[in-house]
Design a protein around this ligand. Structure first.
Ligand code: FAD
Length: 322
């Protein structure tokens, strides 16, 4: 009985969502192995080994793999990564990943390969075979008891704390021998994002400023939100209406069908607070709403509300912030 946690990482380190998912894995009271795919630098491996009570850090290094397989694994394409995890099925009871785009892409395919139902987006682990998860945009919390021998679980990272890292490196580091026959039916072409140098990511930002349809145009969204975000400093989020209107790219969307975030401060500007949006930001510690409509539902969840025109309030805020 052991847990395998699929890690996400980049040159800056282990993803904060992976570290939080590790806290969820600890609730299962089983040995935990963490899998790093790709050629992770030594500093990152040392940092990952400080996850408390880690049993093993497994390294799926790709430099010796055929080029197509190497690229597919390093870019997290679902088919080879899920097949790699499935090839390790005999050794694990629970396969876990954070419910990020990465985890949500891979784990359902693994569940399919193992012929079990995935347990998605868990927010609590009351017992090692029992999980709580939100449904209906967070309006109902479902408790699921999973009886299958193998469990495939994705974790809502914002629901779990960061683990207290150990003083010293834990467990052992072990290199995996990659299976020869990992499928690579798709190719990685390109990845584009609009994140500015130095801007905090939505997953790690302590402050998020989020804009909605009220901005009217993509130019207004950019010209008002970017300087405000730079002053705070904050990451920029968006409602689905803002994303659909082309004000912001998809990966900025907060909500039921977007990202779930829990910053210390969430500033919602020119967005109404539809239930699907609230599903992605309700765990924020302090919520501030700026909206010209005093009846907007966002004010019902806001700790502080400012009724007024965003085109006057944002420039005034930027000025105040110096
Ligand atoms: C299955 C499903 C999934 C969905 N998933 C998501 C999701 O993940 N995330 C999400 O956000 N939505 C989601 N939606 C859409 C959601 O229902 C809403 O349509 C959307 O959130 C509305 O975006 P908005 O608040 O920006 O726009 P609106 O509801 O149009 O609100 C705009 C707000 O701006 C205010 N405003 C206008 N002008 C100004 C001004 N000058 N100054 C200040 N305030 C101003 C208005 O008073 C209004 O409250 C989903 C819907 C469905 C059906």
């Amino acid at each position: 009985m052991a847990v395998l946690l699929l890690a996400e990482w980049n040159k800056d380190g282990l993803a904060v969502e992976t570290a939080r998912a590790y806290s969820a894995a600890q609730k299962l009271h089983m040995p935990i192995d963490v899998l790093l795919i790709g050629n992770a630098p030594a500093a990152l491996r040392r940092a990952a080994r400080r996850l408390p009570a880690l049993r093993r850090l497994l390294l799926a290094e790709t430099q010796a793999a055929p080029k197509a397989q190497q690229e597919a694994l390093e870019h997290g394409l679902a088919e080879p990564v899920a097949a790699l995890l499935a090839s390790m099925a005999a050794a694990y009871t629970v396969f876990m990943a954070a419910a990020t785009s990465y985890g949500k892409n891979i784990m359902p395919r693994l569940a399919g390969l193992l012929q079990v139902a995935q347990i998605s987006d868990i927010i609590a682990v009351p017992a090692p075979d029992t999980f709580k998860r939100p449904i209906y945009a967070g309006n109902v919390i479902e408790t699921v008891r999973a009886l299958a021998d193998k469990k495939v679980v994705t974790v809502r990272a914002s629901a779990f704390p960061l683990p207290a890292m150990a003083e010293t490196e834990q467990g052992a580091e072990e290199k995996l021998v990659l299976p020869q026959d990992l499928p690579v039916p798709t190719r990685f072409i390109d990845e584009k994002g609009d994140k500015k140098e130095g801007e905090p990511g939505l997953g790690t930002a302590k402050i998020i400023v989020s804009g909605g349809r009220g901005f009217g145009t993509a130019e207004n969204f950019k010209n008002l939100l970017e300087p405000l975000a730079a002053k705070l400093p904050a990451a920029i989020g968006a409602s689905r209406a803002a994303v659909d209107a082309g004000f912001a790219p998809n990966d900025r969307q907060i909500g039921q069908t977007g990202r779930v975030v829990s910053p210390d401060l969430y500033i919602a500007i020119g967005l109404s607070g539809a239930v699907q949006h609230l599903a992605g930001m309700m765990d924020s510690r302090v919520i501030v709403a700026i909206n010209k409509d005093a009846e907007a539902p966002i004010f019902q969840v806001a700790d502080y509300g400012l009724v007024g025109d965003l085109f006057e309030i944002i420039p005034a805020l930027i000025k105040k912030l110096g």
